[in-house]
Design a protein. Sequence first.
Length: 328
Amino acid sequence: MIIITGGAGFIGACLAAQLEQAGIGPLVICDWLGDAHKWRNIAKRSLYDIIRPEALLAYLESHKNAVEMLFHMGAISATTETDVDRIVANNFHLSRQLFNWCAQQGKRIVYASSAATYGDGSQGFVDGADLPHLQTLRPLNPYGWSKHAFDKYVAQKVAAQAALPAQYVGLKFFNVFGPNEYHKENQRSVVHQIFPIAAKGEAFALFKSHRPDVVDGGQLRDFIWVGDCTAVMLWLYRNRHVNGLFNVGTGTARSFLDLAAAVYHAVGKHPNLTFRPMPEALQNQYQYFTQANIGKLRAAGYAQPFTPLEEGIRLYVQDYLLQPDPYC
């Protein structure tokens, strides 16, 4: 039995599709579905069970002989979330409980960390897992801080030679885009935000730069196709000896200008861009550059190539967003 927390969310739902395609299961989804359209993210899956997060610990206990592995993708993921107590309860406390349960029961866990743990990037983007290195990072928002707090918790456990899960891996996802993110509202990828505007040939407004050394739209991100993220997790499932903390990005930073142009080209339109001021609330939390150092992941044995930005956007737009059914 494979349990995916956040399994009806963006990355979790795409992971469920990848695991089912590979014949891995049975699959249990742990998530809140609410009263909107999030259920569509898992509507095509053949599932063993669907449980709410508050029932997860009891479910694990009652099914501990059947559980093989947890993919812990669930989190309060909005970088603009201001209820820090809610963030701590979901992103730190629950993660800690799941990690310790896996350690006690000899189970495997792969959990979602984030590139937001790197803050402004001034310390680089090297995915060191030791506590002295982690202590140098300064996340810019509560979401990034909560993920960082759990990374440090795991590092403390490792340093203390405490009991550990049979496999434990943290994944620092960079800027992920792809199908099944439609419920995320303002936290959707910029690809999805641009698409309906580009499809009509209208002008999309990117954020202006508030730094003199960066042109408008020249802010750089490591954008990664969600299929590459799920491929890494499938590889980890098949390579249970791999442990640690890893960046999951392409290793190449691209500008928002590049990304926007690729969306327009994918719908057969000429890029049509304007620029708008960045909200004041974001200006002190904004990352102008992210680029995953993927040397550690490669050294661990992951050899698959990453999808180039233009190809990932083409896949997303033409295989999903332009189709009557855009879900994977």
